[in-house]
Write a protein that binds this ligand. Structure first.
Ligand code: FAD
Ligand code: NAP
Length: 582
């Protein structure tokens, strides 16, 4: 695998230091957590494996990387000044701009001096006597903290399938999620891309512009909707900024945590002509909101079939060669795997030097010195791009040794599927918080919103413990069990639970099939978190000194008191938990 070239500056290990909190990861989650902790006077150390802040946007530097939630919403909402000062240049900002934003936030809120970069946390162990966590890193750091906060991301552990013969291939092998910082020039090269998920779909059109030949190895065809990305005008930005808080509030009231026009009417109640018009209009608006064309698309297979057929028709129109077009047509549920958003993806297959190889029935056999072999045919290549995704949701947890009470490890506890109460904490692991952890909306919401809500809730909890002198907080087993069961039950109402996606861990061989994120909708979840807190941390044991499960002095969680947007979501839909998600 081509290495990421980055210097790892020397520094002495930090041994024996004591903090109120250690935070693992300096993506948006770790950064906001640090900001809030510092604001409340907690001492904190952040460890980050990368050489800078930004997480996802630090690592994923592949050509074409950009967000697919509109930038004016895919950004922090906690600071009105920040919202007013920062100008996004495009509807969907490119990776360098999002990384620049992360760096701006780090500077503006003076975060860097609390972060140790190029440092991977290898182990975290709870000391039941001291009621604190011992944290170890690959740089020899040994520190302790009352709270250990995992801000390790849901899509941060690259998935590198163990293709046979990998070592034999003579050219470089790249992974989209660990892209070289100096960039890659594919000019004149024969390039192979493995995968057709979001990362592949964004990078393929750009790689095709440089490569002399591009071969895409597709295991599962993917639905993708045009982004219609564009430059943002000063007038547009001004209109949003005139009442940014209103947009943020509307976003929080949506199941997705971001705002877009949504039609709750069921597709099956519309006539074919109405549906065609509606889908065409939604296609012309583009992006993830395409799924908002009707309210029942992710709940009724017959409704889903109508949008799937529309999307397949678009592929057949866009791709000139009928055989390639058919291969590119997915046959699974529309939106079941994460919907992709593209710029010129399908059209790329009309270029004479771009070829699609179906590996659905005959998998990639092996890498050879000269290329990739499938079904006895060798495809000659100079470079390979693995756009093979991530060990999603829990991959970064698996890569650490996390030991709770009585020597139990998190890996053992989560072997049959991750278990956490509200996705924020796990029984047996006191004072360990998991930002956007399993069983929370996380990847099914606009993630920066999900991060802010989790951090605010956790920080309120920590401040409450300081107010009352409490030593530990830990979920009660049966509350956790009930929540895990609820997350599982709710997932069954959605067609999303039916396909082999990374939401259910199906992209990693051997993982248990469990629908990991909470699909009940962001505001429904937020309301539950608020109730738990104001009921005195119902479902948690708060122990030590003067500790008691009493209603806390709420510091910031109040801003999350938002109703569901019932203009577009009917009470019946809520009752049936048929809340649309993307
Ligand atoms: P991350 O950004 O993943 O940061 C986690 C950090 O933890 C990483 O920097 C990692 O190095 C560090 N870390 C992990 N383990 C350790 C360890 N043991 N020791 C030290 N450090 C460690 N979401 C959206 O809502 N909208 C989008 O448009 C969108 N686009 C995306 C595009 C791409 C290419 C990808 C991969 C994801 C996208 N996402 C999007 C999801 C994205 O991950 C989140 O929006 C968000 O950036 C997550 O922030 P985070 O801080 O939780 O995690
Ligand atoms: P992904 O969606 O998991 O896609 C990985 C691709 O690699 C899939 O096509 C998969 O095929 C294929 N693959 C994996 N192992 C393979 C093997 N052994 N042989 C052949 N093919 C193999 O990963 P991703 O594209 O990196 O995206 C992950 C998530 O990150 C997205 O869903 C999204 O949430 C986020 N993201 C967002 C954007 C954005 O637009 N803002 C961009 C990139 C990523 P199968 O489908 O058959 O498993």
């Amino acid at each position: 695998m081509a290495p990421i070239t980055q210097d790892r500056p020397e520094r002495p290990p930090e041994v024996g230091a004591v903090f109120d909190a250690v935070v693992v990861g300096a993506g948006f989650a770790g950064m906001y957590m640090l900001h809030r902790l510092r604001g409340l006077g907690f001492s904190a150390r952040v460890y980050e494996a990368g050489g800078g802040v930004g997480g996802t946007w630090y690592w994923n530097r592949y050509p074409g990387a950009r967000c697919d939630v509109e930038s004016m919403q895919y950004s922090f909402s906690f600071s009105e000044e920040l919202d007013q000062q920062w100008d996004w240049s495009e509807k969907y900002a490119p990776q360098p701009e999002i990384l620049a934003y992360a760096n701006h936030v780090a500077d503006r809120f003076d975060l860097r001096r609390h972060i140790r970069f190029d440092t991977r946390v290898t182990a975290a162990t709870f000391d039941d006597t001291a009621k604190s966590w011992r944290i170890e890193t690959d740089r020899g750091d040994h520190v302790t903290a009352k709270f250990c906060i995992m801000a390790v991301g849901c899509l941060s552990a690259a998935n590198r399938p163990p293709f046979r013969g990998r070592e034999e291939f003579r050219g470089p092998i790249y992974h989209t999620g660990e892209w070289p910082h100096e960039g890659v020039d594919f000019t004149g090269l024969r390039v192979g891309v493995i995968g057709t998920g979001s990362s592949a779909i964004q990078s393929i059109p750009i790689i095709a512009q440089q490569a002399s030949a591009l071969t895409v190895f597709q295991r599962t065809a993917t639905y993708s909707v045009p982004a219609w990305n564009e430059k943002l005008t000063p007038e547009y930005r001004k209109t949003i900024k005139a009442d940014y808080p209103a947009l943020r509030a509307k976003a929080r009231a949506r199941p997705t945590g971001f705002y877009f026009p949504f039609n709750m009417k069921p597709a099956l109640e519309a006539t074919p002509t109405e549906r065609e018009r509606q889908y065409q209009e939604a296609w012309e608006r583009g992006g993830l909101p395409f799924l908002g064309a009707y309210g029942d698309l992710l709940f009724e297979k017959a409704a889903n079939d109508t949008i799937a057929e529309f999307a397949r028709r678009k592929i057949r129109e866009l791709v000139k060669d009928p055989t390639t077009a058919e291969l590119l047509c997915p046959d699974n549920v529309f939106g079941c795997k994460r919907l992709c958003v593209d710029t010129g993806y399908f059209e790329t297959y009309n270029l004479p030097h771009v070829k699609l190889v179906d590996v659905s029935k005959t998998p990639i056999e092996r890498f050879t010195a000269q290329g990739i072999e499938v079904d006895g045919v060798e495809y000659p290549l100079d470079a390979i791009v693995c756009a093979t995704g991530f060990a999603a949701m829990t991959g970064s947890y698996d890569r650490m040794r996390i030991t709770g009470r009585d020597g139990a490890t998190l890996a053992e506890k989560w072997r049959a599927g991750p278990r956490a109460y509200l996705g924020v904490a796990s029984t047996g692991f006191p004072n360990l918080f998991t930002i956007t952890g399993p069983g929370s909306p996380s990847v099914l919401a606009s993630m920066i919103q999900a991060i802010e809500q989790h951090v605010d809730w956790m920080v309120d909890c920590m401040a409450h413990m300081r107010d009352t002198g409490a030593a530990t907080v830990e979920p009660i087993q049966h509350y956790e069990d009930e929540w895990v069961e609820h997350v599982n039950e709710v997932s069954k109402v959605s067609l999303r639970s039916t396909c082999s996606s990374w939401y259910v861990g199906a992209n990693i061989p051997g993982r248990p099939r469990v629908f990991v994120p909470y699909i009940g909708g962001f505001p429904v979840y937020v309301q539950k978190c608020n109730e738990v807190m104001t009921n005195g941390f119902e479902g948690f044991i708060v122990e030590g000194a003067d500790a008691r499960n009493e209603a806390p002095r709420v510091r910031l969680t109040e801003r999350w008191r938002v109703p569901l947007d019932i203009d577009v979501i009917s009470p019946a839909a809520i009752a049936a938990r048929r809340v649309p998600v993307v």
